[in-house]
Each structure stands twice: as C-alpha cells, then as structure tokens.
Design a protein around this ligand. Structure first.
Ligand code: KIV
Length: 267
C-alpha cells in the first residue's frame, strides 16, 4: 500500500485534533529511510549537520551547497514524511531576494517540501517573499543557534519578560504572515504553552516542554551517538556509541588476528 504522505495541511489537522507531531533530524539517505519507515511525521534536514556531520562547533559554517547535498540525500530515502530543510546562516539574512533565491535552490535541487529559518520580525520580509513564491516556511524562535555569538551561551532563552513578550509577538507575526509551523527551542515550558495555545499553527518544541503540539530531537542525541551532549531536555532512547565502538573493536581484532575473512567469507 502506498503510504499517505504527510503534508502541512495534515500537520494543521493534527494540531486541531490534539494529535502530537513527531519530528527528527536526518542528514543522509539511510537514516532518513529508517525514520520514514518507522513512521516519523516530519524529517528536518537541520543545519545541526554543521555540528553532528561536519564536526564544527556551531551551525554557522555550513553552506547552502552542503545543505542541498544533505537534503537531496534525505529526500531519496523518504516516501511518507514531510521533509523540511534549514536555510543556513548567510543564505537569507542579507535581504529577502537572496532569501528567496536560497529557498528556491533548496526546493528545486533537493525536492524537499519546505524550508525553516530562524528569527521573527527581523526576517519577516524574507518569510513573506518565500511564502509568496509558494514555498512553505517553518519559523524558529527562542534559542536560535545561528545567533549564538549574539547570545553568548546556549542557555534557556526568554526567561525575562521583555524577551518573552518579543517571542510571543514574533510567533503571532509568523502565524499571520503564513508560516505553517514554528519551532520553539529551549524556552520555559509555560511560555511555550501560551504560544501553542495562542497560535493556530503547530508549535514544535525542543527543550520547550510538554505543552507543544509536537517535539523534535537531533538524531545523534536521541540515538546516543554523541555522548558529550546531555542537556536536561534530551531523552536518549539508545546508547549507540557503545555497541558501535565494541563492534568496530571486534572487527579490528579479527583483522589483526587474521580471523577475518574466513574460508567462507572469500571467493
Ligand atoms: O538544526 C537543527 O537540528 C534544528 C533543530 C534543533 C530544531 O534546528
């Protein structure tokens, strides 16, 4: 049977019906296929690829070409999930025309279903222009890692009233402009609850508590491939670091001792 493809419209209905939305990051064909077949609703080709795939300290260095490479690999593994791709740092901030050109490149060259970008009022012109071209846009507020050098730390955002008020008004602006969903990263749970109850579009949280309409995690964190990153909001479902290390150590031992390959494993 052909699986029913997830659309932005379906996500909207899920929120209306109180059905939580599951989202995970992926950066390559093989994992995207696994996650799609497992039944995930949304796959995010996050610019966290800069950290977990390329080993950079921040998300800033990853380029549009690199994001396109990851996203086109992911798309080839997906039959059902909605695939959203991050616009990387530097591909949309300078002006809305550049933002549109970047979004169009992503849509044309990857086959993805929409883009995500960080910020509220500051990026509204870009959001409008991308939406006007028919490209679905997901917003991202709260801790926005592309602005890490402005924040200075990865600590919880919008704890103070002024920042919380700006976040709430940004969420409303993104909704009014036509974004189909918003990611809220690392903010107090009660603030995320207020936003999720105010806007009609789905609010997907990461470190934003249980009242969001859905949750997103970075695959390497969820699967325990990274051992160093253990924020309070992370639920680690596997500890892949250990079995992978053990398997590779067994392989090394077998090669060194000439146990691998055996008679049966050769032609
Ligand atoms: O890049 C990413 O993985 C993200 C998620 C953390 C939401 O933006």
């Amino acid at each position: 049977m052909v699986p029913k493809k997830i659309t932005t419209h379906i996500l909207q209905n899920m929120k209306a019906n109180g059905e939580r939305i599951s989202m995970i990051t992926a950066y390559d064909f093989s994992f995207a296929r696994l996650f799609d077949q497992a039944g995930i609703d949304v796959i995010l080709v996050g610019d966290s690829a800069s950290n977990v795939m390329a080993g950079h300290e921040t998300t800033l260095p990853i380029t549009l070409d690199q994001m396109i490479y990851h996203a086109s690999s992911v798309i080839r593994g997906v039959a059902r999930s909605l695939v959203i791709v991050d616009l990387p740092f530097g591909s949309y901030q300078s002006n809305s025309k550049e933002a549109l050109v970047s979004a169009i490149r992503i849509m044309k060259e990857t086959g993805a279903h929409g883009v995500k970008l960080e910020g509220g009022e500051e990026v509204l012109e870009s959001v409008k222009r991308i939406l006007a071209a028919g490209v679905p846009v997901m917003g991202h507020l709260g801790l926005t890692p592309q602005s890490i050098y402005k924040f200075g730390t990865y600590t919880v955002r919008a704890k103070e009233e002024m920042e919380a008020n700006k976040l709430k008004s940004d969420a409303l602006l993104l909704e009014e402009t036509g974004c189909f969903a918003i990611v809220l990263e690392k903010i107090p749970a009660m603030l995320a609850k207020e936003v999720a109850e105010t806007v009609r579009i789905p609010v997907i949280g990461i470190g934003a508590g249980k009242y969001c309409d859905g949750q997103v995690l970075v695959m390497h964190d969820l699967l325990g491939i990274n051992t160093e990153f253990k924020p309070r909001f992370l639920r680690q479902y596997l500890n892949l670091h250990e079995p992978i290390t053990q398997a590779v150590q067994r392989y090394i031992k077998d090669v060194k001792s000439n146990d691998f390959p055996s008679e049966q494993e050769q032609y």
